[in-house]
Design a protein around this ligand. Structure first.
Ligand SMILES: CC/C=C\CCC/C=C/C(=O)SCCNC(=O)CCNC(=O)[C@H](O)C(C)(C)COP(=O)(O)OP(=O)(O)OC[C@H]1O[C@@H](n2cnc3c(N)ncnc32)[C@H](O)[C@@H]1OP(=O)(O)O
Length: 243
């Protein structure tokens, strides 16, 4: 599955919906057993959630958007398919969450390709299920430091803390993901799927139990004047970087 939403694969509502439909199609076709998730945007895996969806819109839109974000995470996190990410670019916040929801992560060895949950740098907060997904991957202490500081880890550090499983030269990221896949596909499917569910269901259930409250919380938070201002300032900084 090659993500293509130029220029930065930001996860707009439309793009989230496309990803969701693609995933559902693959999951419902018995011929498919695995996905390699990668990017078609040079140097960028994903810039995360689309800030334009969270800025200057009305509460109904925020609620619709957040429901789609939740849905995509739940589907990826609990997918019965083997999902491996071949991370071939910088990967921030919501994009990093997508990679963390995969079963295995291969990252291209380029110092520019940092990844992490950098929400605090924007003056916003990673929701509890982003946090849980990170904790399940790197452990509590590393997650606590990474989340508070909004750290984006370059490849060597991402490997060291366990945020990714393998770092390979850039031209080998897809072949390395394919090689890894062979090992996962050699395991009896039902046993692997049930084990995945056993490991992940408690984390997903936390959100499933509180889904509506989580939407309301997001809408309340993102609608605050101070948060809207912080997002506008961040977007402006991104634009000024060019001049
Ligand atoms: C209670 C809970 C409350 C809230 C929870 C919210 C959780 C949020 C999760 C998120 O995912 S927030 C998004 C975080 N993402 C980032 O911080 C990444 C921001 N982007 C960048 O750092 C860079 O763009 C880059 C990905 C490193 C790429 O850099 P490059 O120099 O190649 O491109 P450029 O910066 O010029 O961007 C091109 C173009 O794209 C716009 N852009 C970038 N990122 C986003 C984004 N996330 N959403 C929307 N638009 C984005 C950027 O402004 C440029 O636009 P322009 O061409 O019109 O100037």
């Amino acid at each position: 599955m090659k993500m293509r939403n130029p220029p930065v694969n930001s996860l707009s509502l439309e793009f989230l919906t496309e990803l969701l439909i693609s995933l559902e199609k693959l999951e419902s076709d018995k011929a498919f057993h695995a996905i390699i998730l990668t990017s078609d945007c040079p140097g960028i895996f994903s810039a995360g959630l689309d800030l334009m969806e969270m800025c200057g819109r009305d509460p109904t839109h925020y609620a619709e958007y957040w429901k789609a974000v939740q849905e995509l995470w739940l589907r990826f996190y609990l997918s019965h398919l083997v999902v491996i990410s071949a991370i071939n670019g910088v990967n921030a916040a919501g994009g990093c969450l997508l990679a963390l929801s995969c079963d295995y992560r291969v990252l291209a060895d380029n110092p520019k390709y940092a990844m992490g949950l950098n929400e605090t740098l924007l003056g916003i907060i990673a929701p509890f299920w982003f946090k849980d997904t990170l904790v399940n991957t790197v452990g509590h202490r590393t997650a606590e430091r990474a989340l508070q500081l909004g750290l984006l880890f370059p490849p060597a550090e991402a490997l060291q803390v366990g945020m990714v499983d393998k770092v390979v030269p850039e031209d080998q990221v897809l072949s390395a993901a394919r090689s890894e896949l062979a090992q996962w596909l050699a395991i009896p499917g039902h046993a692997r799927q049930l084990t995945k569910s056993l490991m992940r269901k408690p984390t997903a259930d936390r959100l499933l139990k509180e889904r509506d409250a989580d939407i309301q919380n997001f809408v309340r938070f993102i609608s605050r004047d101070a948060i809207q201002k912080a997002l506008r300032v961040y977007l402006e900084k991104l634009k000024q970087k060019k001049t």
